[in-house]
Design a protein around this ligand. Structure first.
Ligand code: ATP
Ligand code: MG
Ligand code: MG
Ligand code: MG
Length: 429
């Protein structure tokens, strides 16, 4: 028999070639005395047709959907078949006969999440996962070709970064209580003193209590920290990184984007510079749209969605009030009621995908702000040390990888951006 070929490659061979493919039965039906078996592998799908004369005919009739199979035969043109060619089936080997597959076409979203270990085989999920893989690849590619070092930070931590309300406590080996990390930022800040430009990609954990379309309890967080720079410098990093990632997806995942029904026009528009809007202006616009917000409020998904109507590409929202951003953000010296911070919002209704800004580098300023926020400086001893030994101006950001994938793939819920989502109501499978 011939060597096994990926389906995508098999479809490129000339009609008449003998081919062997392997994969899983995607569809199965009989038409008259012919048995049709559509086989799927990671590269595509192909149809094999077995006539009663073919040695594999009886097995082809018996095989069930999602069984694993090896199929051989001669390739022939068929304009009606997916890919324009099909296999005149000769033999079929059933490697694992599948029981009655529980997923039907009309399955509910909740049921699909309950059987996620099987639902990840769908063509939609496969397309999303390929795109997601490109997003991670492109992120590493960009950082590594721009002088950043990849570093790795702990997941067990002893104090909050983003605030106590979303901390996950864990009983540690010595009986004490520790927490799962919400952000690697403080560790990245420590590492700029040796490496200057650092990044990491790791899970962050947040006990988000409300159900939304954009919050997971465990999400993939890409974070970067850069010494000797400020807000301007870090925004440039963000816009170049994001546009590089989108460009790569457009190059590598056309088929997947098409299968997902993604409109490509907004993605083609993701080139720097990204427009900017101040928080002050945003509040004005939102009030003009009749939303109930006032200066000093944090903005949520609804407000962000309304702002995205003003832009046809990602945009920065800068100058958040001191009260809505964490204590480590530096206040604007020319206007101390606002921080030198900015969020990057994705267009088309998606909203925040990055939060970032300049960090406080002076010890006294940091101590004042910790107290002003009602926090205890002794919980931040090692973080304060970073300002005691050779402090430098620096800035950084956190990018939600799952949110980035959700937007690029044009999905309507973050759970569809990751194979095994963890949410307020789900930790299985
Ligand atoms: P939000 O306002 O949506 O709750 P945040 O401002 O609390 O987000 P940051 O602390 O700024 O989030 O975290 C940096 C980035 O991490 C966010 O811009 C977002 O892309 C991502 N992120 C934060 N929380 C979650 C979550 N629960 N699930 C998925 N991604 C998240
Ligand atoms: Mg949050
Ligand atoms: Mg936010
Ligand atoms: Mg944020």
């Amino acid at each position: 028999s011939t060597a096994v070929k990926p389906i995508r490659e098999a479809l490129r061979l000339p009609a008449g070639s003998q081919v062997t493919v392997r994969g899983w039965v995607y569809r199965r039906r009989d038409l008259g005395d012919k048995a049709f078996v559509v086989v799927r592998d990671s590269t595509g799908i192909i149809q094999a047709v077995f006539t009663p004369e073919s040695p594999g005919h009886a097995l082809a009739r018996k095989v069930t959907v999602e069984s694993s199979v090896i199929v051989g035969g001669a390739l022939r043109e068929d304009p009606r078949a997916p890919g324009g060619k099909e296999i005149a089936g000769r033999n079929i080997e059933i490697v694992g006969l599948a029981e009655n597959f529980p997923i039907r076409r009309d399955a509910s979203r909740e049921f699909l999440l309950e059987v996620r270990h099987l639902a990840v085989r769908s063509r939609k999920m496969t397309a999303v996962l390929k795109l997601r893989s490109t997003v991670f690849e492109a992120l590493h590619e960009w950082f590594r070709s721009n002088g950043f070092y990849e570093v790795h930070c702990p997941m067990f931590i002893s104090a909050a970064v983003e605030g106590g309300a979303t901390l996950f406590p864990v009983k540690y080996v010595d009986g004490s209580t520790v927490y799962l990390t919400q952000s690697s930022q403080f560790y990245l800040e420590a590492l700029i003193y040796s490496l200057e430009k650092v990044y990491t990609v790791a899970p962050s954990f947040r006990a988000e209590k409300s159900r939304t379309r954009r919050h997971l309890t465990e999400f993939w967080h890409a974070e970067a920290e850069v010494a000797w720079t400020g807000l301007e410098g870090i925004l440039k990093v963000e816009e170049e990184l994001v546009s590089h990632i989108v460009r790569r997806v457009l190059e590598k995942n056309r088929e997947e984007l098409e299968l997902l029904g993604r409109n490509l026009e907004p993605l083609k528009n993701v080139e720097p510079p990204f427009p900017r809007i101040s928080y002050d202006k945003a509040i004005e616009i939102l009030q003009g749209k009749g939303l109930n917000v006032k200066w000093g409020d944090d903005l949520g998904a609804d407000e962000e969605r309304a702002l995205t109507e003003e832009f046809d590409k990602p945009f920065f929202l800068y100058g958040f009030p001191v009260g809505v951003k964490a204590f480590y953000h530096k206040n604007d010296p020319s206007r101390p009621e606002v921080t030198l911070s900015a969020d990057l919002l994705a267009p088309e209704g998606y909203g925040e995908i990055i939060g970032g800004g300049e960090r406080i580098e002076k010890l006294e300023e940091l101590l004042d702000k910790i107290k002003q926020f009602g926090l205890n400086p002794s919980d931040y001893e090692w973080y304060l040390d970073l300002r005691r030994y050779g402090t430098v101006p620096h800035a950084g950001f956190g990018l939600g990888m799952d949110r980035l994938v959700t937007w690029i793939a044009g999905l309507d819920h973050i759970v569809d951006s990751i194979p095994f989502p963890r949410t307020v109501t789900r930790t299985y499978p």
